[in-house]
Design a protein around this ligand. Structure first.
Ligand code: ADP
Length: 301
């Protein structure tokens, strides 16, 4: 089984002609509210594809929490690990302008209260997980507790998003560490590899920090992976892009699921690249995540 440990947010989206600058007020469209957050998105992405997946997360005892629970259940995610209470549900306040560019402010709310103790209390979920997928919208000490709580032989997929420094014990457990181009450069910080424009150079430098494998997603160019058996790239199928929101979450959810079914890294990345591309062909995040047949139906890259 797959276990996703991570964030759940309500995305509050307002369309604007122009995003406001400092001190400025603009009028926008009506407010739309969507289920989001990287953990919730990844769990839904995997479930849509047919995964047996559970989410370990924390939401508030409020309407946004209900929205999150409902969207997880509708997708077929096991929500026994979704804890309710300890602050309001996290929200992301998003303005999107006519060019599709956005500005986002996240208030973590209950996500910031997902504690190491919550991981220790979820022993049966962790024991059943062949793959555990985490992102960085929850406290760093909770992520570290996940690494220490993996069942024997279980694999950790860590999506370093939003990018933050990772403890050596956490890095050492990643198989793979998943980053987009922006996150790769942020993690490299002042490392000379960051001056390169070659994602293979970034991946090698990240690999030398201790993870067993590294995957760098490259948007329309697909993804590159590096591990024990060398480096490979997978082009993305060409799609008519409607909205790339959630593409990275769809990619990582699909990748983690395929690894949990026993796929090797290359097969799993090939599959995930198609799912990420399919998620760009529809509007929104969770609403655009494909079902199993949809991703296979895409043309070649
Ligand atoms: P993020 O959404 O985290 O910024 P990327 O932009 O790298 O991450 O996208 C993640 C994955 O989604 C890519 O590896 C690819 O499979 C797919 N994808 C993203 N943008 C496109 C695109 N324009 N065309 C086709 N596939 C895309």
């Amino acid at each position: 089984d797959l276990l996703v440990v991570g964030s759940a947010n309500a995305d509050l989206v307002i369309g604007v002609d122009r995003r406001p600058g400092a001190g400025e007020t603009v009028l926008g469209s009506g407010l739309s509210v969507h289920p989001g957050g990287k953990g919730a998105n990844q769990a839904v992405a995997a479930a849509r594809l047919g995964a047996r997946v559970a989410l370990l997360a924390r939401v508030g005892a409020d309407a946004h929490g209900e929205l999150l629970l409902e969207s997880q259940r509708a997708a077929g995610v096991d929500t026994v690990g979704v804890l309710v209470g300890d602050g309001p549900t996290g929200v992301a306040v998003i303005t999107v302008d006519g060019a599709g560019d956005n500005s986002i402010v996240v208030s973590p709310g209950a996500n910031a209260r997902l504690a190491p103790q919550d991981i220790r209390a979820a022993g049966s979920l962790l024991a059943a997980a062949r793959v555990v997928s985490v992102q960085l919208e929850i406290p760093a000490e909770t992520v570290a507790e996940v690494t220490r709580s993996l069942a024997p032989g279980a694999r950790l997929v860590l999506n370093a998003s939003p990018p933050a420094a990772l403890a050596p014990e956490v890095l050492a457990a990643c198989d793979p560490l998943v980053v987009n181009e922006h996150e790769a450069l942020a993690l490299l910080g002042g490392h000379p590899a960051g001056d390169s424009t070659d994602p293979g150079t970034w991946a090698s430098a990240l690999l030398s920090r201790g993870p067993r494998s590294v995957v760098v997603t490259l948007g329309a160019a697909g993804a590159l992976a590096a591990g024990r058996h060398g480096t490979f790239t997978v082009p993305a199928p060409r799609v008519t892009v409607v909205d790339t929101t959630g593409a990275g979450d769809a990619f990582t959810g699909a990748l983690a699921w395929r690894l949990s079914t026993g796929d090797g890294l290359e097969a799993a990345v090939r599959y995930a690249v198609r799912v990420g591309a399919a998620a760009c062909a529809g509007a929104g995040a969770q609403s655009s995540f494909p079902r199993a047949g949809d991703a296979e139906g895409l043309g070649e890259g």
